[in-house]
Design a protein around this ligand. Sequence first.
Ligand code: NAP
Length: 430
Amino acid sequence: MRHVAIVGSGPAGYYTAETLQKAGDIAVDVIDRLPVPYGLIRTGVAPDHQSIKAVSRRYEGVALTDNVRFVGHVSVGTDVTIDELVGLYDAVVLATGAPNDRPLDIPGADLPGVIGSAAFVGWYNGHPDFADLNPPLDAPGVAVIGNGNVALDVARILAKTPAEFAGSDIVAHARDALAASAVRHIQILGRRGPHQIAMTPKELGELSHLERASPRVDPADLPPEGDDALLEPGMRKSVTHLRSFSANPVAKPVTIDFDFFAMPIAIEGDGRVQRLIVERTTLDADLRSHGTGETYALDAGLVVSCIGYQTPPIPGVPYEHGRGRFASDEGRVLPGLYAVGWARRGPSGTIGTNKPDGARIAEMLLEDIGRGAGKAGRPGLDALLASRNIVPVTFRDWRRIEAAEVAAALDGRPREKFTSIEAMLQAIGR
Ligand code: NAP
């Protein structure tokens, strides 16, 4: 029997497990520090994107196979070390994603009311780490920094009416706070231009259909229309959306303004964020942005920085600091240790990008471990955890937690998520 441990139960973890379990004579343990599985699917994908979240049913199919086991509420680094796992299993795969925000390295970024997207998204999605975030929504202006899909998610969630959350699994504390929100002007700041966005057409198109909010683009920021022909088709569609926003005659009470060539250089306020100082930029021949020296101030009671994520380093595991991910040779980190998904390649691509990634790492490690080295594997981990009085949450336990969440849902919502680890454990009688 070969033994593999996967650390992290998000898409990269389960796609890796999916390929591994087909190899037959193998036991795969998927370990997660939360008592609930699916990583970003549960706490990252926007709550109003239920069709994307439905991919968790596929992971459930993998989790329910005989040779895959969920080991929840076990923290690698605290409850068990990487070295211990490498000693117990033929291979250990780090599928820990990139849950930390890239720091917004400007003066004032530590003022209350300046929040990274991991925290803000985690707050409205019920991540236990961010349940108490309480973002300030009492001022009309909000600045959203970044021109990727996360910036779009954040702007859309801030702009929606309570009725527009019907059918979503946004958590109650966020639903209530957003219903009482004073936010009226949402500025999405991009340090480069419309042709350099990292936003996809479907997500941009959604902004056209918001009940009380209208997206706006300054026509002066758009390159000549003929230049769009040089773009790849997806990007061309995205830019077509921006063009339609620039011609948008609809005046709704909430505005979502795209501010291009806009680089935040400082955040100011008396005890909390009140304004963002922004420098106009221009692009060089390599499409890099440079400040022009022209600055202006934007009023904002909340700044959400959506500038990408990082994988937290683990002592003893090689790490690429500049790129915020584990250092690996195509996924091989150290003998017996692998990385997959965002932990390997950094925070890019869609959920589906992790499928071929997971398959490739699984095939690579199967080749490396051959018939296995007769390691202790699953029983060895169980004995180690028992010796530390740690009782993992099983997949069966998770299904009881999920059933309680579904039972608590009202008004056509799919579930009412527990937002604390204690409440999750209480649901299984612990
Ligand atoms: P992203 O796509 O990498 O976008 C990051 C944005 O932040 C870029 O516009 C970047 O600008 C900007 N940025 C970086 N550093 C900055 C700085 N210091 N100051 C100002 N701006 C800065 O990251 P993301 O939006 O976090 O998304 C992560 C991944 O998840 C992406 O692959 C995304 O497509 C995916 N995702 C998908 C969906 C969906 O499919 N619905 C939803 C959410 C996320 P530059 O280009 O100038 O560097």
